[in-house]
Every structure is written in C-alpha cells, then in structure tokens.
Design a protein around this ligand. Structure first.
Ligand SMILES: C[S@@+](CC[C@H](N)C(=O)[O-])C[C@H]1O[C@@H](n2cnc3c(N)ncnc32)[C@H](O)[C@@H]1O
Length: 351
C-alpha cells in the first residue's frame, strides 16, 4: 500500500482491514497505533515508503530476541504495550527504518509464477526485477504441491525433492515438471546475499526473519533453507546480480541474457516490487518496448500497473478476494493470487 498521501491513522486502519486476514497480532497492533496520535505524528514524519506498519514492526521485533520457532519476544506484547514500546524506543527504531528497507523475499511466491513458466516448455533465462535475496530467482530449486480440484500434483527439481516444499491451492491444472532454468539475472536497489557463512549474510537473514509476520513462523523457518539453496545456486551459476534501478538496468540485462543464453526463452518476473516505483506506467512502457524479446510475468496489487488494472476493469477489481494480487502475462491479467503464494484463483467472472 502506498502510504505517502493517506493520513497515517486511516492507512493503518485500512491495512488492518485489508492485509491482516491471517495476521491477528499485526491487525491488533496496527489498530492500536492508528489510535495513538503522538505515534501517528512520528510515523507521518518518516519518508512515505518507511511508514508501512510491517516495516516499523520489523524494526521493533529485531531489537528483541528471536525464539527457536522463528517468532520474536516482542510478538507477545499487548497492543497497548506495543504502542508504549514504540514510543520509548522510537529513535532506535527510526535508525533501523532509515538504514533498512522492506525487502521481504517470499520463496512461496514462486508457486504463483511457476505454472506459466512451465507452460513455455523451453529452457528459460530468468530475470527477476526487485529480486531482494534471490529466493524467488530459484523457483526450479523448490518442490511444489499444487492442490487442485482434481487432486494434488507434485513437482520436484531435476535432481530430486527439495528441502523447501511449497504448498499452493491452485485454481487449475498444475505442472508435473519444472522448467529448466539455464541462466539467471536479478536487479535490486540493494541485492541481499543471505550466505549463512558470512556475518553480513547472517545479519541480513535476521532482518528478513523479522520481516516475516507473527503467526507465519513456518515462513521464517523456510527462509533459512531457501537461503542455503540460493547460496548453493550462486556458486553453480550462471547468475548475474545487478545493483541498481530496474528501469535503468533491465535493457542491459536482457541484452546480456540474449548473448549468454542462446535459444532460451527470456522470462522477466516480479512480485510486490512495482508498487515502490514513483511511476509504474514507465515500467509498463519499458516492457512494451521489450515485448518481442521477453515473456513478462507480473504479480502485483490490482491497481499497481495501470494497464493491467484497466484490462481487469473496475467491476472485477471490486470482486477480487481481499488483498489478492494479479498475475498477468505480458500485461494481460491471468488469475488472482494470495500475496504470499498460498493460493491462486480464477479472476472474478471467469470460474
Ligand atoms: C517487497 S520486496 C519483494 C521481493 C521479491 N520480489 C519477493 O516477492 O519476494 C521489494 C524489492 O524490490 C526492490 N526494489 C524496489 N524498488 C526498486 C527499483 N526501483 N529498482 C530495483 N529494485 C527495487 C527492493 O529493494 C526490494 O528488495
């Protein structure tokens, strides 16, 4: 949610209503923050992208010990105590907020893109824009259990079942075989490498875990395993990671893929990234210019990409599941998806 122009109490209440269906702790905390005028004023003084409740809560959580199950001590605070804690420790929290970003990297989002990638039936050169730690740039390293009306379809990596198994309630036929990814590229303003053998990697992994919402501890536990797979895959290569703005860097990376991955289908993917751009229409224009050279799979909130939103139409937008993202192929909406990759469903009116 873009919090730049909406008053903090209103945007926090809306966040509790629309984004916290499976996060009761964050729903209660967010409502309590919305009701405290002093805290709302302090939050309003932060730059727009730093006002997200999940980012502020992560900055507070990481200051408390992590428990063995992946939760943090802070999670047991009542909403009133949480507000008090935020006020008392605001300077330290603000420092963390200004030095860290919301780089949540959710491997399970691979379940959303995977069926369309598998349909290509060709080796893939995969480019992820807004790749964070690259955990969604290795969709071929995970095992999938797609539950559809016809039963469960399992798909494993070429070298056997993965320690990371992604469950997804899928709306349609699910792939039985994963595509071969022969080349990888990623672009991020701040790419992370969660290599557990380095102090920096461990530090970044701790931040990534703090970004996982309370009650989603299975996601925090999965992060460590996915981080190990990403570290292993980086060593195998080829995998080019570019630090920079995706608008400026994508054309060059596509050219590199064309040179180095001859014959492969170049697939550009992203999830929960374009909302951070000042003008998402610029990205749509860039992708239109690359149309003959790449397959573009986007997964963003329903109103983020203007072209996708207008093809979807206002009536369909209003009938989406709360908090759903839209998976689109080359700018055309294909299905709605739960934002962490738990399910995919047909678009309203298409079941
Ligand atoms: C919320 S994370 C999502 C990460 C990943 N796509 C996923 O779904 O798990 C958004 C990522 O986009 C990156 N990002 C935001 N604006 C960007 C830009 N203009 N260019 C490159 N990366 C950007 C952030 O640094 C962050 O790592």
């Amino acid at each position: 949610m873009d919090m730049t122009f909406t008053p903090v109490p209103e945007s926090y209440r809306r966040f509790a209503e629309t984004e916290c269906q499976d996060a009761p702790v964050y729903a209660a905390w967010t409502r309590a923050v919305a009701g405290n005028a002093e805290l709302c004023e302090r939050i309003a003084r932060l730059p727009g992208p730093k006002r997200q409740p999940n980012l502020i809560f992560a900055a507070a959580r990481i200051r408390t010990p992590e428990r063995p199950d992946g939760s943090f001590e802070l999670d047991s605070l009542s909403p009133e105590a949480l507000v008090q804690r935020l006020l008392e420790t605001w300077d330290a929290i603000e420092h963390t907020l200004l030095t860290r970003a919301n780089q949540t990297n959710e491997p399970a989002r691979s379940s959303i893109h995977m069926p369309l990638m598998a349909e290509l039936d060709r080796p893939i050169a995969l480019i992820e824009v807004g790749c964070s730690a690259g955990l969604t740039t290795i969709p071929d390293r995970y095992s999938y259990r797609f539950r559809t009306a016809r039963g469960t379809t399992t798909a494993d990596p070429a070298d056997g079942p993965s320690p990371v198994v992604l469950d997804c309630d899928a709306d349609d036929d699910a792939p039985e075989h994963l595509p071969e990814i022969v080349w990888r590229g990623g672009i991020d303003l701040n790419p992370l490498d969660l290599d557990p053998s380095t102090p920096r990697g461990r530090d970044d992994l701790a931040w990534m875990k703090a970004l996982v919402w309370p009650g989603h501890e299975h996601r925090a536990q999965r992060l460590e395993k996915a981080a190990r797979l990403a570290t292993e895959q980086r060593a195998r290569g080829p995998w080019t990671t570019v630090t920079g703005d995706l608008l400026a860097e994508l054309p060059r990376l596509v050219e590199q893929a064309e040179r180095e991955a001859l014959g492969a289908a170049i697939v550009v993917i992203h999830t929960a990234v374009i909302v951070y751009l000042p003008d998402p229409a610029e990205f749509e224009a860039l992708m239109a210019g690359l149309r003959d050279r790449v397959e573009w799979l986007s997964c963003e909130g329903p109103s983020v990409l203007p072209g996708v939103a207008s093809r979807l139409g206002e009536r369909a937008q209003a009938a989406l599941e709360p908090g759903a993202f839209i998976l689109a192929r080359n700018g055309h909406p294909v299905k709605q998806a739960q934002s962490w990759g738990y399910w995919t469903r047909p678009l309203p009116g298409e079941s």
